[in-house]
Ligand binder design. Sequence first.
Ligand code: SF4
Length: 347
Amino acid sequence: MTDLKSLLPEELEAYMSVLGEPKFRAKQIFSWLTKGVRDFDEMTNLPAALREKLRAGASISSLRLLRRRESEKDGTVKYLWELGDGNAVETVVMRYSHGATVCISTQVGCRMGCAFCASTIGGLVRSLVPSEMLDEVLYSQSDYGEAISNIVLMGIGEPLDNFKNVVKFLRLVNRPEGLNIGMRHISLSTCGLPEGIAALAAEDLSLTLAISLHAPDDETRSKLMPANRGVGVRALEQACRDYFAATGRRITFEYAMIDGVNDSEAQASALAALARRTRAHVNLIPLNHVEERPFSPSGPGRMRAFCAVLDKAGTNYTVRRSLGGDVDASCGQLRRKREREERSAGQ
Ligand code: SF4
């Protein structure tokens, strides 16, 4: 079966030629798919014979809602979706002043092993295909009842570990005849894989690249993020400089403040120097607590002292407000909860 929603308009045209249909049908089908139709019969401007041909050889991917939690504090909505093969992924919709933002997952599980993250606890199960990522946007948008204007790839999974499918998804949502979400409204967050960063620069997309840095020194970073081992902050710094030189786009360093781990004044100084050399913007995030992990967020005193060092160094930074704290909004928490419940139901 051809996975129709993973095809770009030009690939749909090629598929129409195979079916002996005129090219213009591709545009009509692409438009229906990105409107979120769930059945070929909803494509009312296609002849019945073509709908039958499509039904015989192609499929329209879909998601099933397993859980929906809405924050009473800030309206953040978290979804747990079941994929066609029974696996589950999480998607979050948040409201910012610039519109509704969807945070999508790019893999089922993750093999990067970050010590503060719930998504990686069971390892990587598989990568998502473009249609599944597109469905996260379409289904969340339909439930949320408002057009999504921004996308962040910051949910379950490492986007650069699923490079080909992620780039195709980005091109699908960007197409003017589809969702038409501009690259400048898309952020991709990575744990910092230098080869992937170089490959992304070569794709020449004008998206925002966010690096989950979380420590400016190898000792701390390798403890928190095993992907740093054998790579090192220095190679990551070089990849960031090269990315900026190639794209002219300023990188963001995401920095989750963890009590007693990465929030010393010496680390603030090292972070400020790294941000200056790479011309990066720094995003300080209060850590979202994860049940299975031993870390807690930095207290207000340590946060203030850390910020004072950044202020003194003239670092370009923001302190991000943490949305959805009451709905397990950190990536992987809802999926883990479901797995635990399934396990205890089976005992
Ligand atoms: S933080 Fe991101 S890269 Fe790290 S384990 Fe979690 S999902 Fe993977």
